[in-house]
Design a protein around this ligand. Structure first.
Ligand SMILES: *Cc1c(COP(=O)(O)O)cnc(C)c1O
Length: 368
């Protein structure tokens, strides 16, 4: 039977050749290719600097750490994200303050942020969920008004943009993941982007045990968050194809949106004017008015060979160890209800035209 996975890394000849050549060279530790990748990624995003690291999670930790955010500080963020965004806040000892999301975009609702700001607030950690940038002008204005840092979790949004400005360069410190399911991969790895020389120089020390690589002049406390040459070689090869692969995701999303418009109880993802969504996931909502429940719909899609997933099944404030920080059911009603309605369907670049038609006819048959 046909089986269409929700995500699959695209590894082509060039990717394999670049990794093999690193293996043959014997130079595996952070070196020339890491430096080239950082230069290329900064130039792609339009930022002055990029710092490669070992994962998206370590990029987020490094962002908060390099900004000096820690114990006693509050960071406002969304409860509807992958938990790494929140773990990074807890890693520096700061307090995560959740704020509800906007039902149409799934991103942090800027109208609900201001009431969460206190004297202790140091930053807003925004997430470009599923490939759509956060509400840029509204959140930038709030950050300016209250003198807050913006940390952008762009782990799912490489190459997305707002009015031609790319993620990673929208005003905050950008954090990207190169995990195997993301829009570009390195078999694991991450990268941080910034226009601040201070943040950049601090990151170089913090990510390498407190010294510049190979200098042994220890200047501060640090850890080892470095990227290796194998990952950098793969990331460089992937970066070259990022735009064409994102274009394919966008085309697939447009095709599905066109063919699936107007089904009762079925809500398509929305992308506000001025934003380029790169569809890391194509996430739809199956509401109470639909012919099937979300869970039945998902089971039927799966039995038809179409891999569907719920990203994410529960608002983060409802997990016991996070609820213990003082949250309860009902605190973030939009995030809570959205988790009961969402389902992501495959649209990655390896989905063929005939598979896309099969996905849309299957959805139409199941729901109309
Ligand atoms: C994948 C992801 C991360 C973490 O990245 P890793 O490379 O897996 O550590 C963080 N935030 C979001 C939103 C993600 O999707």
């Amino acid at each position: 039977m046909k089986y269409i996975p929700i995500a699959k890394p695209i590894i082509e000849k060039e990717d394999i050749a670049s990794v093999v050549s690193v293996l043959k060279s014997g130079n595996l530790a952070s070196g020339q290719l890491v430096a080239s990748f950082e230069k290329a990624f900064a130039s792609y995003c339009g930022t002055k600097y990029a710092v490669s690291v070992s994962s998206g999670t370590t990029a987020l930790h490094l962002a908060l750490w390099s900004l000096g955010i820690g114990k006693g500080d509050e960071v406002i963020t969304t409860p509807f994200t992958y938990i790494a965004s929140v773990n990074a806040i807890h890693m520096v000892g700061a307090t995560s303050i959740f704020c509800d999301i906007d039902a149409d975009t799934f991103n942090l609702n800027p109208k609900k942020i201001e009431e969460k700001i206190t004297k202790r607030t140091k930053a807003i950690l925004v997430v470009d969920l599923f490939g759509l940038p956060y509400f840029v002008p509204e959140i930038t204005e709030l950050a300016k008004k209250y003198n807050l840092h913006i940390i952008e979790d762009a782990a799912q949004a490489h190459g997305a943009s707002w009015k031609k400005t790319k993620t990673g360069n929208l005003g905050g410190v950008g954090c990207f993941s190169l995990y195997p399911t993301k829009n570009m991969v390195a078999g694991g790895g991450g990268v941080l982007t910034t226009n601040s020389k201070t943040v950049y120089e601090k990151c170089l020390l913090l990510r390498n045990n407190g010294h510049l690589h190979g200098s042994y002049n220890y200047q501060a406390f640090g850890l080892n968050y470095e990227m290796n040459e194998i990952a950098a070689a793969l990331a460089l090869a992937q970066l070259k194809k990022l735009d064409s692969r994102n274009a394919k995701r966008i085309l697939h999303a447009q095709t599905l949106a066109k063919t699936l418009n107007g089904i009762k109880g079925f809500i398509l993802p929305s992308s506000p004017l001025g934003y380029t969504h790169v569809y890391h996931q194509f996430t739809v909502r199956i509401t109470k008015n639909a012919k099937l429940t979300r869970d039945t719909f998902m089971k039927k899609m799966q039995s038809n060979g179409i891999d569907c997933r719920v990203y994410y099944p529960k608002s983060l404030h409802l997990y016991p160890h996070i609820a213990a920080l003082g949250y309860k059911k009902g605190d973030f009603p939009i995030a809570e209800s959205i988790t009961q309605e969402i389902v992501s369907v495959p649209i990655h670049p390896l989905v063929t035209d005939s598979e896309l038609t099969y996905i849309s006819t299957t959805i139409t048959q199941l729901l109309s």
